[in-house]
Design a protein. Structure first.
Length: 276
C-alpha cells in the first residue's frame, strides 16, 4: 500500500513535469506557478520515499536483530509494539546514541512480563551505561543475570567493566565464567592474560595469551602479556622476542619495552643442573 502511495506521487510529479514543459512552451505567463507546484510535489515525494520506499530502516532492524539475537531471544514475542521499541533501543545503542536508547529502556522495564523481557532490557541498559558509567552498567548486568546467567556476552562485559575498575579478582572470575559457557572471542583469553600479569601470575598468563594468539595472531594484548610474563619469569630473551612480534603485528613495541623494563623479576627459571 505504501509503495502505491509513493508510485502515485511519482506519477503525479511526472505529469506535472510534462505540464511544466508544455506550459513553458504555450503558457509562459503561468510558468512560475507551475514550477512552484511541481517543485513542491517533488519535495513531498522525496520525503515520502525516504520514509516508506527505501528499505534502509528495515535493514538496520534486521542487522541488529541478528547481531543481538542471543540477547533478544524471545523478548516481547507476544507484543510487536514493545518488541519494536526494544529493537529501536538496540539500534540506538549500535549507532552510539546511548542516551536515546536509555530513554526507551526504563519504559520497557516497567512493562516486562517474562524472563526474556527482563534480561533483554537489562542487557541493553548495561551496554549503554557501559559507555557512560561502569558502576551503573554493572548494576544492570547483575540484574540481567537474575534472569539468565548462561549468556557468555554479558559475562564478558562484566569482566571488562570490573577490569576497568581494577577489580581484578572479579574480572578474572567473570571471564572464566564466560569461557566455561562455550565459544568466546580470542580477546577474552588475552584479556585474561593481561589480568593475570597484573595479578602477578605469569605462568597462567602465558597459557591464556598463547590460546588467544593461536586464535588471532593480531591481538596486541597477547604479545604484551607474553612479554611482561616472561620478564617476570626472568626470561628477558623471550620478553624481547614478544616485543618484536608485537611490532611485526602493528603494536607499539617501544611502549611495551618500557613497561617490561619497569617490571620486576618475580621468578627465575631454574637451570637444569639446579633441579637435582
Amino acid at each position: 500500500m505504501k509503495k502505491w502511495i509513493v508510485f502515485s506521487f511519482h506519477t503525479l510529479g511526472t505529469i506535472l513535469a510534462v505540464v511544466l514543459i508544455v506550459g513553458n512552451l504555450f503558457f509562459r505567463e503561468h510558468t512560475d506557478y507551475l514550477r512552484i507546484i511541481t517543485s513542491a510535489i517533488f519535495i513531498v515525494t522525496y520525503f515520502i520515499s525516504l520514509k516508506y520506499y527505501f528499505p534502509k530502516q528495515k535493514l538496520s532492524d534486521a542487522v541488529f536483530e541478528e547481531k543481538y539475537k542471543g540477547e533478544i531471544n524471545c523478548a516481547f514475542s507476544n507484543d510487536q509494539k514493545k518488541y519494536k521499541k526494544l529493537i529501536k533501543a538496540a539500534r540506538f545503542y549500535g549507532l552510539g546514541e546511548y542516551q536515546k536508547a536509555l530513554e526507551i529502556l526504563p519504559k520497557l522495564e516497567r512493562v516486562c512480563d517474562t524472563k526474556d523481557d527482563f534480561f533483554a532490557v537489562y542487557f541493553f541498559m548495561g551496554v549503554c551505561y557501559h559507555e557512560i558509567d561502569l558502576k551503573l552498567a554493572l548494576d544492570a548486568y547483575i540484574k540481567a543475570l537474575k534472569y539468565n546467567d548462561k549468556n557468555a556476552k554479558i559475562w564478558i562485559n562484566i569482566g571488562v567493566a570490573y577490569a576497568k575498575l581494577n577489580y581484578l579478582d572479579l574480572a578474572y572470575e567473570a571471564f572464566l565464567k564466560a569461557i566455561s559457557l562455550g565459544d568466546v572471542p580470542p580477546a577474552v583469553y588475552t584479556n585474561m592474560a593481561c589480568i593475570l600479569t597484573d595479578m602477578q601470575e605469569p605462568e597462567e598468563a602465558i597459557k591464556y595469551a598463547e590460546k588467544g594468539l593461536s586464535l588471532n595472531s593480531k591481538i596486541s594484548d597477547g604479545y604484551y602479556a607474553m612479554a611482561i610474563s616472561y620478564k617476570m619469569l626472568g626470561n628477558e630473551e623471550e620478553a624481547e622476542r614478544y616485543c618484536k612480534l608485537l611490532a611485526v603485528n602493528g603494536g607499539n613495541a617501544d611502549y611495551v619495552r618500557s613497561v617490561v623494563a619497569d617490571t620486576p623479576v618475580l621468578y627465575y627459571e631454574e637451570e637444569e643442573d639446579e633441579k637435582l
